[in-house]
Design a protein around this ligand. Structure first.
Ligand SMILES: NC(=O)c1ccc[n+]([C@@H]2O[C@H](COP(=O)([O-])OP(=O)(O)OC[C@H]3O[C@@H](n4cnc5c(N)ncnc54)[C@H](O)[C@@H]3O)[C@@H](O)[C@H]2O)c1
Length: 345
């Protein structure tokens, strides 16, 4: 394969972001896009005349015959788009949440695993310099076995009562704070600690939304004795940009991290890293590796280049594959089940 012929399905906020990033990859040619909005397609056609545009994603796949696609539609459409791509032997990068339904996530995971197709879900934190550093330090045992953790995420996505409803307003479409925001905080736990063995004490609140949760909290329990809490709020106007916050307490120390930096408290000097007993601060500038093209954060470029390079180098590309997508989906499904069982009436 000389260049990857790429199609993008769903040209809203994330579709446009991913278009601009992957367009910078020297071995990727964006040949086609699909969106149901005529306005979006007309604008793209005007500024990128060679681009093939389609209203129907099936037509995009049948007519432009891409090697790979990026799926950025509302989540309830991810299943059918990924499924159609799989039937046509197309590599897929699918935005999070993987699906809006646990059974569909399981089916896609198994179908893609049965074919040698690259499959990746857009859990972008796995490509963030700080969280990758945290993962490395956990694996090296810097803070010892983790006893307790907190994974939190705050955004100001919904800040008033909805005047018009969109896919974000309905769980069955992939809306709500769990699918939209907690998905990232959950995937970080899966990535750094592992999938929980039990989920208890889940509660959800509504502030402005009529049909979906605005806040979720829960406790994750593990067979090895570790436990931790999840707390996510998508109505928090004290945050201008999405913020992931982590606290990990281990037997040898503690890590506090967000996307931009980390603080490490150690009970004793660490010879391998050179960190001292007490507090150590690590800035993103201390650990970051540069990317060729920057939009929104290095991690957004890194995740898409990883997808493209996995296809080009015929590597497994399993850093955030559909199996990881399924795991996060499983946890989200458990949150819904547990919160229902905890309702007082
Ligand atoms: N990784 C992240 O940080 C991040 C951030 C925001 C959104 N997302 C995810 O990205 C996905 C898209 O979110 P968004 O914010 O771009 O939403 P959006 O509403 O801005 O865009 C969705 C686009 O899909 C189009 N669409 C709808 N039905 C379609 C169909 N049948 N065929 C083709 N196009 C169709 C819509 O016209 C719209 O342009 C969601 O899964 C969301 O959870 C991820």
């Amino acid at each position: 394969m000389n260049k990857i012929k790429l199609g993008i399905i769903g040209m809203g906020r994330m579709g446009i972001t991913h278009y601009s990033i992957i367009n910078s990859h020297p071995d990727v040619e964006i040949v086609s896009v699909a969106d149901t909005s005529k306005m979006i397609l007309d604008i793209l056609k005007k500024y990128v005349p060679d681009l093939q545009v389609f209203k129907d994603y099936k037509e995009l796949i049948d007519a432009s015959k891409p090697d790979a696609i990026i799926v950025c539609t509302p989540p309830n459409l991810h299943y059918e788009v990924c499924n159609y791509a799989c039937e046509h032997d197309i590599h897929v990068f699918c935005e999070k949440p993987f699906t809006a339904n646990i059974e569909q996530a399981k089916e896609l995971k198994e179908k893609f695993a049965a074919k040698s197709l690259i499959n990746q879900v857009g859990y972008v934190n796995r490509f963030n310099d700080i969280f990758m550093t945290v993962k490395k330090y956990i694996n090296e045992g810097l803070i010892g076995n983790i006893v307790r953790f907190r994974s939190e995420m705050f955004t100001c996505t919904v800040t008033k009562k909805e005047e018009t409803e969109s896919w974000r307003s309905f769980r069955e479409n992939g809306g709500g704070a769990v699918y939209e925001i907690a998905a990232h905080a959950i995937d970080l736990v899966d990535y750094l600690i592992g999938k929980p063995d039990k989920i208890v004490g889940t509660s959800m609140n509504q502030i402005y939304s009529k049909h979906v949760e605005d806040i979720v909290s829960s406790t994750f329990v593990y067979n090895n004795g570790t436990s931790g809490t999840l707390y996510v709020n998508w109505c928090d106007t004290s945050y201008r940009k999405p913020a992931n916050k982590l606290e990990l307490f281990g037997i040898k120390g503690k890590i506090l991290a967000d996307q931009h930096g980390l603080k490490i408290f150690l009970n004793a000097d660490d010879l391998q890293t050179g960190y001292k007993k007490g507090w150590n601060t690590v800035y993103i500038t201390d650990v970051f590796t540069s990317v060729d093209f920057y939009v929104r954060g290095n991690e957004f470029t890194r995740q898409l280049y990883y997808f493209a390079d996995s296809i080009l180098k015929k590597e497994s590309g399993n850093k955030c594959d559909f199996s990881a997508g399924y795991d996060a989906q499983y946890v989200m499904n458990q949150l819904f089940v547990d919160s229902e069982s905890n309702k007082l009436n």
